[in-house]
Design a protein around this ligand. Sequence first.
Ligand SMILES: Cc1cc2nc3c(=O)[nH]c(=O)nc-3n(C[C@H](O)[C@H](O)[C@H](O)COP(=O)(O)OP(=O)(O)OC[C@H]3O[C@@H](n4cnc5c(N)ncnc54)[C@H](O)[C@@H]3O)c2cc1C
Ligand code: FES
Length: 483
Amino acid sequence: MSPDSHQDPLHELHQAARIDDLSESRGMRVCIKCGDQETPILLVRDGEAVHAFSADCPHAGALLEEGAVCDGKIVCPWHKGTFDLRDGSLIEPLPLKGLTRYPVTLKDGEVFVGLEPQAPHAADKTMLIVSSGAAGAAACAILHETGFARRIVMAGHDAPMPYDRTSLSKFVISGEMPVDDTPPLLDDDFFACHAVERIDSNAVHLDALARHAELVDGRKIDYDIALVCTSGTPKPLDIPGANLAHVHMLRRIDDARAIVESLDTLSGNTRAVIVGASFIGLEVASSLRKRGVEVSVVAPGKVPFEKSFGTRIGEMFRKLHEKNGVTFYMNAQVKALRGGNAVSEVMLDSGERITANLVIVGTGVKPGYGEALRIEHWRVAQQQARIAAFNMAGIESAYDGVPYFWTYHYGKNFDYLGHVDAPDYVEIDGDLGQQKFIAYLLKDGAVRAIVACEHQRAVCRLAEAMRTGLTLESARSTAQKAD
Ligand SMILES: Cc1cc2nc3c(=O)[nH]c(=O)nc-3n(C[C@H](O)[C@H](O)[C@H](O)COP(=O)(O)OP(=O)(O)OC[C@H]3O[C@@H](n4cnc5c(N)ncnc54)[C@H](O)[C@@H]3O)c2cc1C
Ligand code: FES
């Protein structure tokens, strides 16, 4: 096909770059104009071939040229969404769909791109997904992508519009995002175009032999294959006063709405206590400080996140929060909450009392069944759901992903790769105090986890390299390649 052989603008080929200007380790963004439309395209060199994809990450819009290309994959700089370099298909969440792939033609060292994207497959079974959270939405997207499901039924409380819980503690509580703008996990177009039935009702009974489910609202569903991913339940605070007004947990969008309502009621006069120095607890602390709320954190242990990150990084988080005005009561437990209708005081086991008119409980979740290894990250839930969905579709798959999560405090994003409980030691390259560092958490001589801030491209590379294991030396050398 010659670069200029078609009249239809979508079929037309557009001169986009010279192949010599493209790199094999990162993509290049070009904008192709067609009429009054501009399409951002990511060009990636792959030996003597060139691939062209949509240039913005389908998850939250990161510019993919700021990520890395390595081991045949394109890795997003923000939450490490990973795509197959050959066809743009999704390998790792957080995105729930792959990149749009555009046709490429090479001629005399010039790269020409067409704007006609490719089409999906056909379908034939009924799949039931009991959940409408992170894993449920990921499974739904994959079942569609594999083309195996004729009918997909998603049943659960959040089914009308599965949403991104992770924004609640970061942006909704801070007031930057109205509750009703919490980002959906699958956009309206997905539901409009695909045979996904959403039922706003939890499942109460599943007969796996008869392949039959019953929902709270009495509906009965016959299915071919079901996926149950109903997650854990937040641990309630089992102490006197836990039911007072303005005492909240944060798990669902309704919890976030209730917290925002409390903040509105208390107006400029809020004194908050966060129970538990968990990721959610401290993200909420950061968000409340953004609103000017006075914040205290009560938690057991010497420093936050000590078990996951070790003492030095835990200390860094504590100092970062203290610098931003948070008061810590560490090695402490909350014994009771006092007040009339609404909370007014928090009693500690030491006998200390903290005046507070808002209490947020961030003490973790109870798992469903079993406890071989609990990793409570968004991306892991979606990675596992993808594997389950591929297996449901008859495409045998095993989990070989690297756990990853991010956490956001005072405008700084921290990446955490891998998993380790109680590392033997921690090597830190960079400046912890300035929050510009990569920390390697070692156990039994291997790098088991990495915590980093402001090293996005290095973390993209490390996320891939960690699949096959890393020593401190190989990890450092992988990180340096990103510079
Ligand atoms: C405020 C907040 C911030 C977070 N921030 C981060 C972050 O920055 N990074 C990170 O990695 N992780 C973060 N997490 C953790 C992340 O949200 C979880 O790891 C992830 O949601 C787990 O996915 P899941 O699908 O297993 O569970 P969920 O997303 O909780 O989904 C479970 C779903 O099952 C439904 N359900 C329960 N019972 C039934 C039933 N009987 N029938 C049908 N449906 C049912 C529930 O209503 C829910 O919709 C955060 C969590 C919260 C609450
Ligand atoms: S923006 Fe790419 S994974 Fe989130």
